[in-house]
Design a protein around this ligand. Structure first.
Ligand SMILES: [Zn+2]
Length: 105
């Protein structure tokens, strides 16, 4: 038995149920298609997030070593923040993508 999210209220429900226990929305074959579409859209969103974080990570590295020397002061703070945020955000997004892919539709 697989779990899916209700197309009306987004809560987790069983794919076997005929209607959503949270919002009483009727579920049918059309719903299954909608759920598949929302699954693909979520994949795209996660890919966009990982791309943004990767850009942030690279930007941090570029700012840090701009001009051949490690940056100092405020620039260094900005570079490190961007670098760390990008790195952590990218890792979290990768994990979310793996978990998302594992979820069967
Ligand atoms: Zn619902």
């Amino acid at each position: 038995m697989a779990l899916m999210s209700c197309p009306a209220c987004q809560k987790r429900i069983s794919s076997q149920s005929k209607s959503c226990p949270h919002c009483q929305a009727e579920l049918g074959e059309r719903t299954e298609t909608l759920v598949k579409i929302s699954h693909i859209e979520q994949s795209n969103r996660l890919m966009n997030h990982s791309f943004i974080f990767l850009t942030l990570f690279i930007a941090g590295v570029v700012v840090w070593f701009w001009g051949g020397e490690p940056a100092q002061g405020v620039t260094a703070m900005l570079a490190i923040s961007s670098f760390v945020l990008g790195f952590v955000g990218y890792l979290i997004t990768r994990v979310r993508i793996v978990l998302h892919k594992r979820r069967s539709v």
